[in-house]
Design a protein around this ligand. Structure first.
Ligand code: ZN
Length: 267
């Protein structure tokens, strides 16, 4: 897997893009570093600085006819509102579930039409993926999405900018990834999320894997027991407070780079 990751990064960086939680990755494109403008403030979020124990649960790749209704029942029982990053094709197949998500207070957002790697696509191809999905979401639910999560977290800095300008989308990644797509079992998924979650976290999961749905009672109970409160991603972003100024590092002790959880080529 490590090798695969390396390969993936080599691939995307050699293509001149910064992909997969690119905001946290040093640019390797030969571009001149832009002073303090790496994170496209206000456009891209993988975590939000908030005052208070708020987190956002996010579920990708649905709706699933079989699993999503079970998850919605559980969320309703906990009075928790989550964010669903929907695949357009699946919305077209299950428009009633997308409508139920909105009816029950959840946020629904764009995760492309067919889950391609957007960073490798032409602008026209990306535009088509996003438009078709937005149309499917609007006709199913009446709501216009305002967030995009690129499949695999893979998107270039240039794409973020034009997509934000053209569609008005914020780009949403994550800081908690239990790697549930590898199907490690409900217990492992639960433990990973509980271990990594912190105030302002955007927690990634998928409502297309049975083990993920099985893990959710444990996840929700334990996060609640720790005092976390659940909001949608747009609500979390609206709560953002400024980061306290960082103390300037002395020349002798430059801190090592952040060791946030490694990005993966899956979401
Ligand atoms: Zn996905």
């Amino acid at each position: 897997m490590l090798f695969f990751r390396f390969l993936f990064f080599s691939l995307v960086t050699s293509l001149g893009v910064v992909a997969v939680r690119g905001d946290a990755v040093a640019p390797q494109t030969g571009e001149k570093p832009k002073p303090a403008a790496t994170a496209e403030p206000g456009i891209t979020f993988d975590w939000v600085h908030v005052d208070g124990p708020y987190v956002a649960m996010t579920f990708d790749d649905g709706p699933s006819a079989k699993l999503t209704p079970k998850l919605l029942d559980l969320l309703a029982a906990h009075h928790i509102e989550a964010t669903f990053f929907l695949i357009g094709q699946n919305v077209a197949e299950n428009p009633d579930i997308a409508a139920r998500e909105v009816r029950e207070g959840h946020e629904i957002a764009n995760h492309s039409w067919s889950h391609p790697n957007l960073a490798k696509m032409s602008d026209g191809g990306v535009r088509d993926q996003l438009h078709k999905t937005e149309d499917a979401i609007r006709s199913a639910s009446g709501n216009r999405p305002t967030l995009l999560r690129p499949p695999y977290g893979s998107i270039t800095a240039r794409q973020k900018k034009w997509i934000n300008q053209e569609f008005g989308y914020k780009i949403v990644l994550w800081d908690v990834d239990p790697l549930d797509w590898r199907r490690p079992g409900a217990k492992v998924v639960c433990n990973r999320i509980i271990k990594m979650a912190r105030a302002g976290s955007i927690i990634l999961a998928h409502d297309i894997h049975p083990g993920t749905i099985e893990a959710m009672p444990c996840v929700l109970n334990q996060l609640e027991a720790k005092g976390f409160k659940f909001v949608t991603v747009s609500e979390l972003i609206a709560m953002q407070t400024p980061l306290p100024p960082k103390p300037s590092p002395s020349p002798k002790s430059i801190p090592p780079k952040s060791t946030s959880p490694s990005p993966t080529p899956h979401d």
